[in-house]
Design a protein around this ligand. Structure first.
Ligand code: G1P
Length: 291
């Protein structure tokens, strides 16, 4: 059976201020973890979860993302002449067909909800996934696929969640929980970036969503929330009570690559997973730890 979720939105318009100056002339989504840009991990995860159409919401200075998912004739020719079939495979591995990716532009950075709303014409009236490339997830089964499996069972909205330290609730959308079986939590409320003292729980939304298309009607009202921005969390909150709504504690490990420490840790963790790198990296680490 084909997936009921065929389309995914990738908001990639953010400024990446936390990684300046690296992101002055380069999109933050192109920062590499080991040797692959963050956005490619997200696209590969979506493809592995059965997504067929990929909608990027870009902004100024994001052309490198379009180039990355295009064919590079010069590079392929040169690598071919040099007999570098190994790297040729690596640059062709994404394997999306022409027309599977489309780009739309968020002309003003008015928040995540606004970025998602910008993709509405590409989505139409069907459920849609949203992936935030900053949240890099290492797992056996693709995190988005885990969400889609729950959606197939329950219908409605499904978001990835994890417990965060109490002092970090003001970095996330946080769930107010109705019932909770330890894996799935049924949601009765959502708050964007609450102060720890006011947070309804420590269960925070991680950047993977399956959303019903009604979300666009709520986003279209352009109501602003936390930070004066149009928040996806607020639009989702309005859908509670009308459709099923679940948070899934996914299987896997998430790295917050919007943060320097999380990004560094992701590089270590993904490098240590690679057979050809593990021993050398472990040796380097040991030198520093032993000092
Ligand atoms: C966004 C969402 C937030 C979510 C987070 C996950 O926040 O607004 O609800 O918990 O992504 O990474 P941002 O990280 O863009 O501030």
């Amino acid at each position: 059976m084909s997936s009921p979720v065929r389309k995914a939105i990738f908001p990639v318009g953010g400024l990446g201020t936390r990684f300046l100056p690296a992101t002055k002339a380069m999109p933050k989504e192109m920062l590499p973890v080991v040797d692959k840009p963050l956005i490619q991990y997200a696209v590969e995860e979506a493809a592995a979860a059965g997504i067929e159409e990929f909608v990027f919401v870009t902004g100024r200075g994001k052309a490198a993302i379009e180039d990355h998912f295009d064919v590079s004739y010069e590079l392929e020719k040169t690598l071919g002449e040099r007999g570098r079939d190994d790297v040729l495979d690596a640059i062709r591995a994404i394997g999306l067909e022409p027309g599977q990716i489309s780009y739309t532009r968020q002309m003003d950075p008015m928040g995540l909800g606004h970025a998602v709303w910008c993709a509405r014409k590409h989505v139409g009236n069907e459920p849609v996934a949203v992936l935030l490339a900053d949240d890099l997830i290492m797992s056996k089964a693709p995190c988005l696929g885990q969400l889609i499996d729950v959606h197939k069972e329950t219908g409605g909205n499904v978001v990835a969640v994890e417990e965060v330290p109490a002092e970090h609730t003001d970095r996330y959308g946080v769930l107010d929980i109705d019932s909770d079986d330890g894996t799935r939590a049924s949601v009765r409320g959502l708050v964007e970036k609450p102060d720890p003292a006011e947070a309804p729980s420590r269960l925070a939304i991680i950047g993977r969503y399956v959303l019903m298309p009604e979300v666009f009607e709520h986003l279209a009202k352009f109501e602003t929330g936390a930070g004066g921005e149009i928040q996806l969390t607020d639009a989702m909150a309005k859908m509670i009570g009308h459709i099923p709504f679940h948070g899934l504690r996914f299987e896997g490990r998430r790295f917050d690559c919007g943060d320097k420490i999380g990004f560094f840790e992701a590089n270590l963790a993904f490098a240590l997973e690679r057979d050809e790198l593990r021993d050398d990296i472990a040796g380097v680490l040991k030198q520093y730890v032993d000092r």
